[in-house]
Design a protein around this ligand. Structure first.
Ligand code: SF4
Ligand code: SF4
Length: 320
């Protein structure tokens, strides 16, 4: 295991991409039960609102296997797909090492509790950004309601899997609520908290921290989580140590080293933030060929011109 990790680290450092992607993110549906101000899917990406057909999922999954991670979430609430649990079970039974999805938890009920805990999912992320009943108008609303439902889910979990973590997007208006959410997550027995940076790439009116402010508040959240006894990850780790080297001066995004995105139509793109940058159709061409075709190769060389202001290239916002 350690030898494999060391080889992977060396390949990453040299940016020698593997022969095929090992992680795939499926846009199983882009329907959503919310309409967050920060969401780019309809305003900017203008994606056609639809579910991925189950048969398309099956075929593309087969083309992509073996996978270390199958993420069954793109833009949208994945639990709105009528066959989401069949998809998770299929990915797991066909050998995906990890199967994850992200939900806002608002539609959890007895049916979802039972399925979430039995379908083969290894990781469940819950997106919640504040603790009020109505929300603050920016992030995912109704955090209190979501957390009640997550507490119920955890009370029914008998095994270590799925790991259930909280994903919180931070911005000045939810500064205080994040402390409350960390406490709540620890209290109900969640497995961790991931602090996410607010993306203002498309919605410039959304308020977010400067890089220096973000470092400061993340340090406060880390100390708070330590006291509460829960694991936490923050964007600070993206800009320190070895990770900083892997970004190669803001020219290479680590996401595209081993990951592909599958749109609701079943097409391959480099990531969820580039839903229109199609590099191939896995129903017409094998995945190794798509992964190394001219469009993908050119993209890896000229990534900055395609990704423009993505935070994963401007990790310290210096270029803003
Ligand atoms: S929950 Fe996610 S997909 Fe749905 S509107 Fe909010 S940001 Fe967009
Ligand atoms: S830099 Fe951003 S837009 Fe480009 S591939 Fe990485 S995550 Fe996607």
């Amino acid at each position: 295991m350690n030898v494999k990790r060391a080889i992977n680290g060396l390949m990453r450092a040299a940016y020698i991409v593997p022969g095929r992607p090992t992680h795939a993110q499926f846009e199983v549906t882009n329907k959503c039960n919310l309409s967050c101000e920060m969401c780019p899917r309809t305003k900017y990406y203008k994606v056609k609102i639809t579910d991925m057909e189950y048969e398309v999922f099956e075929r593309v999954l087969d083309a992509l296997l073996p996978l270390r991670l199958a993420t069954l979430t793109g833009w949208g609430e994945p639990l709105l797909h009528p066959r989401i649990y069949d998809m998770a079970a299929l990915a797991k039974s066909k050998g995906a090492q990890a199967v994850s999805l992200t939900s806002n938890a608002l539609i959890f009920n007895d049916y979802h509790y039972e399925k979430l805990l039995s379908c083969g999912l290894t990781d469940l992320r819950i997106s919640v950004d504040n603790f009020s009943e109505t929300g603050d108008g920016t992030g995912h609303p109704s955090g209190a309601k979501s957390m009640e439902k997550v507490a119920e889910l955890l009370s029914r979990r008998k095994d270590a899997l799925p790991r259930i973590a909280l994903a919180i997007t931070i911005y000045p208006d939810n500064y205080k609520d994040v402390f409350t959410l960390i406490d709540k997550a620890a209290e109900i027995g969640m497995d961790g908290v991931a602090i996410m940076r607010m993306n203002d790439r498309f919605e410039e009116t959304v308020k977010r921290y400067t890089f220096q402010e973000e470092n400061q508040v993340c340090a406060e959240y880390q100390a708070w989580a330590k006291k509460a006894g829960i694991k936490i990850g923050t964007p600070r780790e993206f800009s320190h140590g070895i990770r900083r080297i892997l970004y190669r001066g803001g020219t290479k995004c680590p996401v595209t080293f081993d990951n592909v995105y599958v749109t609701a139509e079943g097409l391959i793109t480099p990531c969820c933030a580039l839903p229109k940058f199609v590099t191939g159709d896995p129903e017409k061409c094998d995945i190794e060929t798509i992964w190394k075709n001219e469009k993908f190769k050119k993209f890896r060389v000229e990534q900055r011109s395609v990704c423009v202001h993505c935070d994963l290239l401007d990790i310290t916002y210096k270029k803003r």
